[in-house]
Design a protein around this ligand. Structure first.
Ligand SMILES: [Cu+2]
Length: 184
């Protein structure tokens, strides 16, 4: 049987870590987890393409966890926070992303983090507009001149520490680039 430490040098640290873990477990010591990535701090991605929609129109993040908007469309989009109760738009949640020629080219992104739990509504002012409904609530509507599926280009970020909500993110929110999602 080959000794663990006689394998390729690049694998030795992995073997040592495994050996340490096994020895710690056998001796009843707590296993150190310092090398693990901090839970919940990887960015959550929201993608745009030529459909003029945010693909992951509802995502969930922890306070301090980045949301990265990725433009895989040929055209530009804006990402602007608004308050549905007042109609006021945000001065700080206010992004612009340029388009890309397509796969193999750079994509432009806009990143934001929120410090406190809450509901963060946003829309793209190029492809949607904010209108006050008779009840007084402000909602995004698709601009009549914009092509698309009929949904307004808008979304919601839920900022929370609730593990059940955090587990509800769509799978596509884990990947920066979606190869099948270029277009516009
Ligand atoms: Cu847009």
């Amino acid at each position: 049987m080959q000794s663990c430490l006689s394998v390729h040098p690049a694998l030795r640290h992995i073997c040592r870590a495994a050996l340490l873990t096994a020895l710690c477990a056998a001796a009843g010591f707590a296993i150190p987890e310092a090398q693990a990535a901090p839970a919940g701090r990887a960015p959550v991605y929201v993608h745009m393409n030529g459909a003029n929609m945010f693909l992951e129109n509802v995502v969930v993040v922890r306070p301090g966890q980045p949301v990265v908007f990725v433009d895989e469309d040929t055209g530009a989009h804006t990402i602007i926070g608004y308050n549905p109760a007042t109609g006021a738009t945000s001065k700080t949640f206010d992004g612009v992303v340029q388009g890309t020629p397509g796969p193999g080219h750079a994509v432009h992104t806009y990143t934001i983090t929120f410090r406190h739990p809450g509901l963060k509504y946003y829309y793209c002012s190029v492809h949607a507009e904010l209108l006050k409904e008779p009840g007084g609530r402000t909602v995004p509507k698709k601009r009549p001149t914009v092509h698309g599926f009929g949904d307004p280009m808008a979304g919601l970020i839920i900022v929370t520490d609730d593990p059940h909500l955090l587990a509800d993110n769509p799978k596509t929110a884990r990947s920066k680039i979606l190869p099948s999602y270029f277009g516009g």
